[in-house]
Write a protein that binds this ligand. Structure first.
Ligand SMILES: Cc1cc2nc3c(=O)[nH]c(=O)nc-3n(C[C@H](O)[C@H](O)[C@H](O)COP(=O)(O)OP(=O)(O)OC[C@H]3O[C@@H](n4cnc5c(N)ncnc54)[C@H](O)[C@@H]3O)c2cc1C
Ligand SMILES: Cc1cc2nc3c(=O)[nH]c(=O)nc-3n(C[C@H](O)[C@H](O)[C@H](O)COP(=O)(O)O)c2cc1C
Length: 763
């Protein structure tokens, strides 16, 4: 096969090598516009794990590359006058120039033709005289532009500014992050050694800080001098150096996130940065480029045609690339939003930094550096009032809201059971909630319990509007208090336009076959074309519903609930006021966010006035409508939470969506947690995170990183009321109390989990 590699970076060279290794008969030429040794940039990093894949492809080049690696195991973070070090991270660095020279030598040895100082004007032209053209022409790929109609690139230029510098100062004991507060704002460096006497020193900051420093107008030299002054305490008198002569002006860049709909066209295929980029903060661009080269070479030899190889390459590599890009995006966004976290204690800040890509889990950190993690866990317990020298997972830390003290951070999220009769909870509810309270969660939140018969979602929903409701709930609350250590929260709500619908296991949100009742909402809207149109509430309706909330709160107080939650999410009545999708009012309850929040806040204030002062109130919100700018978006959720916080709401339960049939949610593990993170760290308000959180590891990492104060799990508690006790056994935690009649089961579980002797479990 006659092959042209357009670009002599890691992707082009490694593809040439990989093809020759598979068949020495291939005629492979690399075209590179630069000279062999005239590369920009400083070092690149590989993690130990990822380099193994590359070594398996070509042990010869891997050995020569390894011989030039600088290794380090630690990550050091300088922040607020402290240097926090954690270990076990296993990285290696190499000069980009060195890497390319080694790849060039290996390519030459295998018979690849290297044409330097040869600028290719058009891949299409090259494609006429070669069987295959691999366009590995980097970030600003001309080929990608030449066929942009076909490749359909999406390029997202990110807001932060960064510059890639080098220094002779040694950073050889740790990959080092330095966060400096200056008169112009925060600015930080990512520094790592890549050979005996040189380290990469990437400086990054927000566009505001960058403008205030005036970096845009500086020469590369002046920029280096300015950065030296900023980081003088860490440079030991060494200079910062730029080798970006190929970039005009100051050499500061914005990271472009590149994604292409297609990677191949006729006999041309995109590879490396030309096809997809990964943010430098997870150091995987070179790995990605080299791994794609291996995958393409494999497929070209395994598949019957080039077209089949391209198809498989796109199918197989895309998911891998997207996975890495998603981790890279998390990491990149963490740095973009870092000012949100700069109030955190150095311990928590460090944890947040280490887990920013969400690829490193809590227990994975323990494998890397047990001592450091245990120190962080002890800090968390100390802050939570859990005892001075307690080392337990964050999920087992106590939490206090007003006078309510929770034994741990796990919450059974509210879940409608649809088993009530005329609003009255039954023995189903006693057993259901009783079991969940026995199962170890610190807080059990009951389902949305409706303040009136017409405020129910379905005929099976529970209510708090009649004396028998109060008595039935009291029986449940009394059981929870008598037999368990759990606290119990009453979620109060009104269905609004989503009322008069079928129970959950029938057709959700669809009207009843018969017996529908009229529904109310902020405006005269319908949930869907099939649902009835709600009547817009007038002042009388608003007063009546407010009084119903108040009466329900009084009943909940008499029933002995420990906490109240007001349901302002998911498209129900109060949520219909908040989201502009359903609030079309022209009075003082519609229009601006402050107006749309007015009625939910009136309800809260009225309820707060009758709810015992020592007991907390939570409000559940939908932090996004998932419809883009037409609806509530995360910055609005921050503003909403600020209003709740100012009104005296104790904690925000941060859910999302279910406010519109046009919503396009982006699901994934812990997918709503970023909203809780943002609210908690931008407002200082306590939050609960919820949504696809199902592993103890998720819970621990959310809490330890300060992304929420409590963590709600819904569906996992349907499958297993004993989720918390099981998690404790699995993790070998001995501090959770089991119901006495279940000790034998507990002991067996601990034994089977290999978590040590059950006799040491706290009774
Ligand atoms: C600040 C920063 C730090 C980074 N740190 C790391 C890191 O630590 N680890 C890591 O793995 N990655 C890192 N990267 C990313 C890494 O540099 C790239 O992902 C990697 O180089 C991609 O390889 P490539 O072969 O696709 O492209 P490139 O390395 O960009 O190579 C493309 C080559 O094509 C040549 N070329 C382009 N157009 C033409 C043309 N028309 N004719 C002839 N030749 C042409 C260019 O001269 C260039 O040599 C970093 C990137 C940045 C910006
Ligand atoms: C069967 C079921 C019923 C639910 N009922 C309620 C409810 O009454 N009130 C509420 O706020 N959320 C309700 N939810 C939403 C959950 O509390 C939770 O926010 C959602 O299921 C995401 O969490 P998960 O991924 O842990 O299941 C319900 C969820 C389920 C699965």
């Amino acid at each position: 096969m006659k092959i042209a590699c357009l670009g002599g970076g890691p992707a082009g060279l490694y593809f040439a090598i990989s093809m020759k290794l598979r068949d020495a008969g291939h005629d492979v030429t690399v075209f590179e516009r630069n000279r062999p040794d005239d590369t920009f940039g400083w070092g690149v990093v590989f993690s130990n794990e990822t380099f193994d894949n590359i070594a398996a492809n070509d042990p010869v080049s891997a050995d020569t590359i390894r011989a030039h690696f600088a290794y380090w195991d630690d990550i050091a973070v300088h922040y607020r006058g402290q240097r926090v070090v954690s270990s076990g991270h296993g990285f290696s660095g190499i000069a980009r120039k060195q890497l390319l020279m080694l790849l060039q030598q290996r390519a030459l040895a295998l018979g690849v033709i290297l044409n330097f100082q040869t600028e290719i004007a058009s891949a299409a032209e090259l494609a006429r005289s070669y069987d295959l053209v691999v366009a590995a022409d980097g970030l600003n790929s001309k080929t990608r532009n030449e066929f942009s109609d076909h490749f359909k690139p999406a390029i997202d230029v990110r807001k932060n500014k960064f510059v890639w510098l080098g220094t002779r100062q040694k950073f050889d004991d740790a990959f080092t992050f330095i966060f400096e507060q200056t008169a112009h704002g925060w600015i930080w460096a990512h520094a790592y050694q890549f050979d005996a006497d040189t380290a990469t020193f990437i400086v990054e900051c927000s566009p505001t800080t960058w403008e205030k420093f005036g970096f845009g107008a500086m020469s590369q030299e002046d920029s280096c001098r300015a950065c030296e002054r900023i980081f003088a305490n860490y440079l030991g008198g060494h200079r910062l150096m730029s080798n970006a002569a190929h970039i005009r002006g100051s050499s500061w860049l914005n990271f472009p996130r590149v994604l292409c709909e297609k990677w191949s066209h006729r006999n041309i295929v995109l590879m490396g940065d030309a096809a997809a980029t990964a943010h430098f903060s997870i150091g995987s661009g070179t790995k990605l480029a080299m791994e794609s080269a291996v995958a393409m070479a494999d497929l070209l030899h395994a598949e019957p045609t080039m077209a089949a190889a391209f198809a498989k390459y796109e199918a197989a590599r895309r998911s891998e690339v997207l996975r890495l890009q998603s981790a890279a995006r998390n990491s990149m966004e963490w740095f973009e939003d870092v000012e949100r976290y700069l109030h955190l204690d150095p311990v928590q800040f460090n944890y947040s930094l280490l887990t920013r890509s969400q690829r490193i889990s809590h227990e994975n950190l323990r494998l890397r550096d047990k001592t450091w993690l245990e120190g962080a866990e002890a800090w968390f317990q100390r802050m939570a009032g859990g005892g001075a020298n307690t080392v337990r997972r964050p999920m087992f830390a106590p939490f206090k809201l007003r006078d309510m003290r929770l034994k741990n951070r796990v919450v059974v999220s509210p879940m409608a059971q649809y088993k009530a009769i005329d609003g009255c909870p039954t023995d189903w509810h006693l057993v259901h909630y009783g079991e969940r309270a026995k199962g170890g969660a610190g807080l059990v939140c009951i389902e949305m319990t409706c303040v009136s018969a017409e405020g129910r979602i379905t005929p099976g929903c529970t209510g708090m509007y009649a004396a028998d409701h109060e008595a039935a709930w009291k029986r449940i609350v009394d059981f929870v208090h008598a037999e368990t250590e759990a606290k119990i929260c009453c979620q109060l709500g009104h269905s609004g336009a989503k009322g008069s619908t079928q129970v959950g296991w029938e057709e959700m949100d669809a009207p009843l076959a018969e017996g529908n009742w009229p529904v109310l909402s902020a405006s005269a809207t319908a949930w869907s074309e099939r649902n009835q149109r709600a009547r817009a509430m007038d002042r009388n309706d608003m007063d009546r519903v407010r009084d119903q909330f108040v009466a329900a709160a009084q009943m909940a107080a008499r029933a002995g609930f420990d906490m109240l939650e007001i349901h302002c999410a998911h498209g129900y009545l109060l949520s219909s006021f908040i989201t502009p999708l359903t609030n079309r009012r022209r009075d003082e309850y519609g229009g601006s966010l402050a107006n749309r929040m007015r009625y939910p806040l009136e309800i809260f204030q009225a309820v707060r006035a009758v709810w015992p002062a020592e007991k907390p109130i939570s409000v559940r919100i939908s932090a996004t409508d998932w419809v883009g700018a037409a609806g509530v978006e995360p910055p609005d959720a921050v503003a909403i939470s600020r209003m709740l916080q100012q009104a005296g709401v104790d904690i925000c339960d941060v859910s999302a969506g279910q406010t519109s049939i046009h919503a396009r949610p982006v699901y994934g593990r812990m997918f709503q947690t970023p909203f809780s993170d943002r609210i908690r760290n931008e407002t200082g308000m306590a939050t609960m995170a919820v949504g696809n959180i199902y592993e103890p590891d998720h819970v621990n990492s959310i809490l330890m990183a300060g992304r929420a104060d409590l963590v709600c799990l819904a569906r996992p508690h349907l499958a297993d009321p004993y989720w918390t006790l099981r998690a404790a056994a699995k993790l070998g935690d001995r501090g959770e109390r089991w119901p006495q009649p279940y000790y034998a089961g507990r002991d067996q579980l601990y034994r089977l989990s290999g978590s040590g002797e059950p006799a040491t479990v706290i009774a």
